[in-house]
Write a protein that binds this ligand. Structure first.
Ligand code: ZN
Length: 101
C-alpha cells in the first residue's frame, strides 16, 4: 500500500522505497530517522536567499540511502527530532489492508 510518493508498506508492515526497495523500518517508526540527510543554508539556495539559518531553524532534506531519491524536506528547530510524515498502528493498518484486497 502506498503511503507516500516514494514509500510503500509491505505485508510485514515495513516501509520501503518504491524506486530501489530499500527497507526503512516498521510503520510505527519514523522512516526519516533512517534516511541520509542534508542540512541546507541560504547559500545552498542562492546568493540572495536569506534564511534564518544559524539562528533557530534548520532546513533539512531527507534522502533514501539506497537510491538518494529526495523523500522529504522540513524546517525544524536545531536539535529537533525529524517530524514524522505518518505513523500507523501496524495491527490497524494490516486490518485495513486486508479489507481492501
Ligand atoms: Zn530508494
Amino acid at each position: 500500500m502506498k503511503v507516500h510518493e516514494y514509500l510503500e508498506v509491505d505485508k510485514n508492515m515495513k516501509c520501503f522505497c518504491v524506486k530501489c526497495g530499500h527497507v526503512f523500518c516498521g510503520v510505527d517508526d519514523n522512516y526519516k530517522k533512517y534516511c541520509k540527510r542534508a542540512e541546507l543554508t541560504g547559500d545552498d539556495y542562492g546568493v540572495k536567499v536569506y534564511l534564518h539559518d544559524h539562528m533557530f531553524v534548520r532546513y533539512i532534506e531527507y534522502y533514501c540511502p539506497g537510491c538518494y531519491t529526495l523523500l522529504s524536506q522540513e524546517q525544524a528547530p536545531a536539535g529537533h527530532e525529524p517530524v514524522p510524515d505518518f505513523k500507523y498502528n501496524p495491527k490497524d493498518l494490516k486490518n485495513f489492508m486486508n479489507r481492501r484486497t
